[in-house]
Ligand binder design. Sequence first.
Ligand code: ADP
Ligand code: ASP
Ligand code: MG
Length: 436
Amino acid sequence: MKVLKFGGTSVGSPERMKRLLDIIDPAERQIVVLSAVSGTTNSLAEIGQAYLAGDKNKAAALIGALKVKYESFIGELFGKEEYLDQGREVIDYHFLLLNSLSNDLFTTIEEKLVLAQGELISTTLYYVYLKEIGVPSVLLPALDFMKIDEDNEPMVDYITEHLTPLLDKHPENKLFITQGYICRNSFGEIDNLRRGGSDYTASLIGAGINSEEVQIWTDIDGMHNNDPRIVKGTQPIAQLSFDEAAELAYFGAKILHPQSVFPAQKYKIPVRLLNTMDPHAPGTLITDTSEKDRIKSIAAKDGITAIKIQSSRMLLAHGFLRRVFEVFERYRTSIDMITTSEVAVSLTIDDTTYIEEIIAELLGFGSVDIDKNQTIICVVGDFGAEKHGYAARVLEAVKHIPLRMISYGGSDHNMSLLIKTKDKTEILRSLHNRLF
Ligand code: ADP
Ligand code: ASP
Ligand code: MG
């Protein structure tokens, strides 16, 4: 069975929703994962923020404006009065729920309920649309099988255990529709896989059912060799290894959710990145093989904070790094990049929730310097230890830009640079011009 995921733009208008059947073959048994209609999750996030801030009037205005959009959406999606009525019921149900939240205490639990409405609406509307045009399908509630544990880690075994019987219940049915992004957490509450999480849903389902392939259908023809939002003339990459794709996704290539490659990699499921607007374009195939000896792509991750811990005690001291890392572990803060010298260690984090506490503990080791507004530039390709010249080419291309940290050799396919965010555009363009 294949898993096909369609992102926000791919379901972003009634016209686009209808055109999904140019891509989906209803005769093939498959699971289709849908995101929310583009813009909806952003609106829901604003509604959640307004409620959290106690601004019920603002929340009501935002809900009203979003509802107007969906009223016009269903007006174009459905042709027959009977199905338009069903579409209206769907919209009324979800918007009544959003409005009803003004009556009670609003916490982050309700906020997640708000955020979940986008995928619930898009999948139900699509299901009703398929009914209208006579294509049989089954709507699978993701909340019945998609679960994260107390560390917010998805549980693939749970997905297998709970999704397989749902599929087995409908042996004759070909097309299954489900929600991306949403899940339940260890308390059984509605939660989500973080922004862009529908990609993650697709690869988790792929892993859970041992799918033959996961297809991520989006608004661009595959993973490009640089950020197309910033650099002109970027090109799609035909083939990437799981490791390369994971680095790019983690270090800022928005086309893929940062964690979405890992389940596919672990369960050896090929992933294809494809363009809904140009379905015949070859896209990017991600598998466990890699095209050797090439720089393939560049990505950038903003919102990075660098921390330097300087200590004379580090000199020849074993166990020093362990004690430094333990501080980050205690505060569940992951480290992205690290460089060391004899008397100092620099590392980067993107989650600064516990930065004050972390600094307070690190001061026990020596002096601590913090640099905010940093960006990691990640150059990905196949350049193992026996190869030469890659680092030199990268550094030559960026010699006019101050570098805060350099990391090379952590793996065979990544070189990372830490720079000030204000230099990002220049460095991405300069690397692009000189490396490709
Ligand atoms: P979807 O809604 O389908 O999930 P996203 O907006 O999450 O789509 O991801 C697709 C977007 O990712 C593209 O429109 C593009 O602007 C952006 N993007 C950023 N970096 C890259 C890259 N290296 N290759 C391709 N697209 C990228
Ligand atoms: N709708 C969610 C978001 O906008 C999930 C996704 O689109 O992947 O983040
Ligand atoms: Mg996305």
